[in-house]
Design a protein around this ligand. Structure first.
Ligand SMILES: [Zn+2]
Length: 149
């Protein structure tokens, strides 16, 4: 747990760091401290607390419909019932699989869109290995934004 948190705080928020950050979270889960302990243990935001990000929510709802036919061709895809976009108060965007919530900073750039799509893919493939494969998740997110900006 301590090692994971140390790794977390040393990661700066860049596109490249996103995969690394999630790997840290995944490792934390593998070693037990992520199970039953929400992701806020790493970044200070809890699944019990969600400040909706209204513009991003509308955007996601619209894009989920557009992405559905694309993702349906991928193994392991399970369209979530409802995914809520919350304001990120910590430093690193993440998806909470238990509550189907995404925590992101905003939706002001293409990179923000990719980030949101990335976290959505984590949830949509959470029951399949690809949903835990950061390279797959990032590649899929970029493909979704490229085809449905
Ligand atoms: Zn990720």
């Amino acid at each position: 747990m301590d090692d994971s948190m140390t790794g977390y705080s040393s990661i700066t928020q860049t596109t490249g760091a996103r995969a690394a950050a999630h790997t840290v979270m995944l490792l934390a889960a593998l070693f037990g401290c992520g199970i039953g302990v929400p992701a806020e243990a790493h970044i200070g935001v809890g699944p019990a607390h969600c400040t909706p990000l209204p513009g991003a929510q509308t955007w996601l709802d619209r894009h989920v419909t557009l992405w559905d036919p694309v993702l349906s061709q991928e193994r392991g895809y399970q369209r979530p019932d409802r995914v809520t976009v919350c304001v990120l108060e910590g430093s690193l965007p993440f998806a909470d699989n238990r509550t189907n919530r995404l925590y992101v900073r905003g939706l002001d750039s293409t990179n923000d869109q990719i980030t949101l799509a990335h976290e959505y893919v984590h949830i949509a493939f959470q029951h399949f290995p690809s949903g835990h494969d950061e390279r797959y998740v990032e590649r899929t997110a970029r493909r979704l934004i490229a085809t449905h900006p």
